[in-house]
Design a protein around this ligand. Structure first.
Ligand code: PLP
Length: 289
């Protein structure tokens, strides 16, 4: 766990508070039901030593969509101000590469006022190590068909809700089996996403990822930036429904997200994968890592 003394915490409507102070009431729907949404962002230092949030607009746009899907009020400008206050404090207290969580819950049943937080902690040594060592991944079924979200908006496909208990349980299952992470597969055998990341794979000079929409997977901001930059650098980029066998046949498979960046899969379901540092380095650079 990050040491709270090296964290920054800002609360919507209150501004900066002591990072160790309590911020939620017992009847907050974020606690009692996981009813809310969040973003996980990366903070980097610019040339002038100021902390800045990578892809902040994309994160705020996705959080606007998540909050709308949940019918929770979201004032994007108030959130931008909250982020600015938290990030300025991060710069003032020394800065460095960091992870920022933006958390929005429906709030306490007794007040009906949403709870909003921006929470910044340094990037952990484990994250830095994973970027270098790559990931051992197992595939696990999510038990739903790859079009399960097509006619069912209440399933909240593509919404970054606070309800990550299943995702965390899957990661613990991976650890029990000696792996680092999971790639979820649909009941009909289609590669979906990781519990906290998008799956991207390459064949030659083509990058693939699973389509969002009916699959219910989260549209990844890192994958979108990667595809934009890779497309401009001459790569083909595609949305592809693939089986696990097709993933085994890929040149490189990555699990990617905002804070970890693209991390290459070095073992898939117990089979070692040859690492391709040339391709990996190019894709990391195109993704801003
Ligand atoms: N898919 C899931 C389920 C996630 O939780 C995340 C990020 O946490 C991602 C994909 C990757 O999203 P992003 O690249 O915007 O961080």
């Amino acid at each position: 766990m990050p040491d709270p003394s090296s964290a920054v915490l800002a609360v919507l409507g209150a501004g900066l508070v002591d990072p160790a102070s309590p911020v939620a009431r017992a009847d907050d729907a974020g606690l009692t039901r996981g009813d809310g949404c969040f973003e996980g962002c990366r903070i980097v230092m610019d040339a002038d030593g100021r902390a800045t949030v990578a892809k902040l607009d994309a994160h705020l746009a996705r959080m606007t969509r998540s909050a709308a899907a949940l019918d929770i009020g979201f004032d994007a400008e108030a959130w931008r101000d909250l982020v600015a206050v938290a990030v300025a404090e991060w710069t003032r207290t020394g800065g460095g590469e960091a992870a920022m969580k933006l958390l929005l819950s429906r709030g306490p049943a007794s007040t009906g006022e949403p709870t909003g937080l921006a929470w910044i902690v340094p990037v952990t040594a484990e994250t830095v190590a994973l970027r270098q060592n790559g990931l051992k991944v197992i595939t696990l079924t999510r038990g739903l068909g790859s079009d399960a979200f097509a006619q069912s908006p209440w399933l909240l496909g593509g919404v970054k809700t606070l309800s990550y208990a299943i995702n965390m349980a899957a990661q613990r299952e991976a650890e029990r089996l000696g792996a680092d992470d999971v790639i979820f597969v649909s009941a009909d055998g289609i590669v979906l996403e990781a519990p906290t990341g998008t799956v991207v794979w390459s064949h030659g000079r083509t990058l693939h990822t699973t389509p969002t929409g009916d699959t219910g997977i989260l549209p990844g901001t890192t994958q979108q930036l990667m595809f934009e930059h890779a497309g401009a650098a001459g790569w083909q980029v595609r949305e592809t429904t693939a089986t696990v066998d097709e993933l085994h046949a890929a040149d490189v498979v990555w699990v990617i997200s905002s804070v970890r960046g693209p991390v290459d899969v070095v073992e898939l379901d117990g089979k070692s994968r040859e690492r391709r540092p040339d391709i990996d380095a190019e894709i990391r650079r195109l993704s801003g890592f």
